[in-house]
Ligand binder design. Structure first.
Ligand code: DGL
Length: 275
């Protein structure tokens, strides 16, 4: 008798969380993924805690009501500001991106000094610094608000982006963090800039991508929570099935989203979340 395929909900403020979905698809097969991008209300990175929490809880409820058995909060800002509120408001396990990112960074750092880059809101919350301090690390966080629009413009190898990133990282890797040996990408958009960031960061720095760390954490959690994914070779080899929901233009989601997911996106459904 075939069992129900596991269903994983992935939430983000927009397109960026597709980098997390991309990483999830690399390590988990045989699951249904439901992706919700709150494109009508992005960016979250410049908004207040209460606003982000309200939007993120609405969106998480939507995913839960569409059958998600586990929720991945792919948005760093929503994780940093509202993971507790999302967890309290939903009835399924919730995994954010901050704790897995902090785990990987702590495992890689030799001198226990780490630089985290993210949105204004993520940096103000100090969620990464707190998670890293709990692992015995010292961290400095740097808001890089210009990087999200540059990535959405497709300027991932552009000289202007290189100059902007160089200024941000120059300001972050200074003083007692001059010799920090890990750079955490604490924003969904930054994985697209990984080669550029590696080229402007000090040569000794290792980049930790929260998207990859989160995907590995979700795979581990899924095996424990949803054992049907381990039903057998056929199930494991089965293709992932994807569904996409967006609160703004479906056409724009398809066009921009494919850059983040690295493959074409079809069948996006529009959702109108009433305030
Ligand atoms: N998804 C957001 C994050 O990872 C970036 C985009 C936004 O500000 O909404 O923080």
């Amino acid at each position: 008798m075939s069992k129900r395929r596991p269903s994983i909900g992935v939430f983000d403020s927009g397109f960026g969380g597709l980098t997390v979905l991309k990483a999830l698809l690399e390590v988990i097969a045989g699951a249904d993924f439901i992706y919700f991008g709150d494109t009508a209300r992005l960016p979250y990175g410049s908004k207040s805690v209460d606003t982000v929490a309200r939007y993120a809880v609405d969106s998480s409820h939507y995913l839960e009501s569409h059958g998600a058995q586990l929720l991945v909060i792919a948005c760093n800002t929503a994780t940093a500001l509202a993971l507790d509120r999302i967890t309290a408001a939903t009835h399924v396990p919730v995994i954010g991106v901050v704790e897995p990112g902090a785990d990987s960074a702590a495992a890689v750092s030799k001198n226990k000094r780490i630089v985290v880059i993210g949105t204004e809101a993520t940096v103000s919350s100090q969620a990464y610094s707190k998670a890293l301090a709990a692992r015995g690390m010292q961290a400095t966080e740097k808001a890089c608000p210009l990087l999200v629009p540059l990535v959405e413009e497709g300027w991932v190898e552009h000289p202007v982006t290189k100059q902007v990133a160089g200024i941000y990282l120059g300001e972050a890797f200074q003083g007692e963090f001059e010799d920090a040996d890990v750079l955490v990408l604490g924003c969904t958009h930054y994985p697209l800039l990984k080669p550029l960031l590696q080229s402007v960061a000090p040569a000794h720095v290792t980049i930790v991508d929260s998207a990859e760390s989160t995907a590995r954490a979700v795979a581990r959690r899924m095996r424990a929570l949803l054992p049907q994914v381990d039903d057998g070779e056929d199930e494991r080899r089965a293709q992932a099935r994807l569904k996409f929901f967006a609160t703004d233009s479906v056409e724009k989601f398809q066009r921009l989203g494919q850059r983040f997911l690295g493959r074409s996106i079809e069948g996006v459904q529009h959702v109108d979340l009433k305030e």
